[in-house]
Ligand binder design. Structure first.
Ligand SMILES: [Zn+2]
Ligand SMILES: [Zn+2]
Length: 76
């Protein structure tokens, strides 16, 4: 099963823009043979998204933006 490399939602084929997270897909799709079940909460909108996701499919924000910001703050 092919999945979006950003929101990890399943895609039938590669599209220019992911219909789930609305990101331009410039990376290869992820091929996985399992059904992702674990979810986490988006730190921006609070909705449940897949643990593997780096983009929230609800608010379309990049979750690692905040991680980067936190790490920079910790280093200082
Ligand atoms: Zn996506
Ligand atoms: Zn969100």
């Amino acid at each position: 099963m092919k999945r979006c490399p950003y929101c990890f939602e399943s895609l039938k084929f590669k599209q220019n823009i992911c219909p789930h997270c609305a990101q331009f897909i410039i990376d290869d799709l992820i091929e996985v043979d399992y059904e992702p079940a674990d979810t986490k909460r988006c730190m921006f909108c609070g909705k449940n998204i897949l643990t593997e996701a780096v983009v929230c499919r609800h608010c379309h924000r990049w979750l690692d933006e905040l991680n980067d910001a936190l790490e920079e703050n910790n280093e200082k």
